[in-house]
Design a protein around this ligand. Structure first.
Ligand SMILES: [Zn+2]
Length: 314
């Protein structure tokens, strides 16, 4: 177990060995001057507002899972492609601090880095200035158990998180970390002193699907339904785009094995398909200046009279 005693998060130069850790993740070797590295408090073993906490062992399990994972900033920065990456994580302890459950306070300390660019100077200044303090983590645990009797949550053991039984606080212990996804900076903490907010998934009674999550919430259910409808239309459009690419590919180059092209098109995303379609269209047009125009316009009705993506045909 790696325990590091830390009382503050000093702005320091890279510690020995850290540049090597960063370079293990980086595609091209970086120098100390090229990187900006900073520590983050990812999560801890304090019982939170939901009456849950990560057990000290879970924190230990999470540490290696977070290495290599990304840290996301608010929308403005992430839209510009700015993200940090964790190159090291370890469990830290604060001397003398005890959790509400009565054991020593521990937290998962992550070390993140970014490559310095002219574009992220002000973001780095924000981190330096302590504006981006709160982070939320997303990870998966296998078990959420009652701290009093060990029963899995939702099995109705009768113990209530927040209550005290024989002098022991009841809480839900999050155990057996199975994956860590990312961390994100929370612009405004939900509550002063709320500390780290966490998001996690666990089997059992937790909602596993959006549908379950919006049950009983009519406006959200309607929004999800609308999104699903849009997604269906999008999938139809994509499938019709794939057929177009295969057909135009055949016209552009009779040597092409259409079965192979079809398999390839099935794996491509919209942007790539559009580009490929443009290329084949141009090429096919050179071969059959008139035919392609006619083919292209007539094909949908001719081959698929009741085509399901009819809505997209102009
Ligand atoms: Zn219980």
């Amino acid at each position: 177990m790696n325990i590091t005693k830390t009382s503050s998060q000093p702005r320091a130069r890279l510690q020995p060995g850290h540049l090597e850790d960063i370079n293990r993740l980086s595609r091209t070797p970086l120098t100390e001057e090229q990187v900006y590295a900073f520590p983050v408090r990812l999560c801890d073993n304090e019982v939170d507002r939901d009456g849950e906490r990560f057990s000290p062992k879970t924190l230990e399990q999470l540490a290696p899972l977070f290495v290599g994972k990304s840290g996301i900033f608010d929308h403005n920065w992430s839209a510009q492609g700015q993200a940090a990456r964790l190159y090291r994580a370890e469990v830290a302890q604060e001397a003398g601090r005890v959790t509400r459950a009565g054991d020593p306070y521990r937290w998962l300390k992550g070390y993140a880095y970014m490559v310095r660019t002219p574009d992220n100077q002000s973001l780095i200044a924000e981190i330096e200035g302590g504006i981006k303090k709160e982070v939320s983590v997303a990870c998966a645990v296998e078990k959420a158990a009652c701290s009093i009797c060990g029963a899995p949550r939702g099995e109705g053991c009768g113990h209530k998180p927040g209550e005290v039984y024989d002098g022991k606080l009841c809480y839900i212990s999050l155990e057996e970390a199975s994956d860590a996804y990312e961390f994100s900076f929370v612009a405004v903490p939900a509550q002063p002193g709320a500390g780290v907010v966490k998001g996690f998934s666990s089997p059992g009674r937790e909602a596993r699907h959006l549908k379950e999550l919006v049950r009983g919430n009519a406006p959200c259910a309607r929004e999800l339904e609308a999104l699903e409808g849009e997604a269906r239309l999008g999938r139809k459009w994509l499938s019709s785009l794939r057929s177009d690419v295969v057909r135009l590919g055949g016209l552009a180059d009779p040597q092409l094995d259409l079965a192979v092209l079809k398999a390839i098109a099935g794996k491509l995303e919209a942007e790539e398909l559009l580009e490929l379609k443009r290329v084949y269209e141009t090429r096919a047009q050179k071969r059959y200046p008139l035919a392609v125009q006619l083919e292209y316009r007539q094909e949908p009705q001719r081959d698929h009279p009741a085509q399901e993506d009819g809505a997209f045909l102009v």
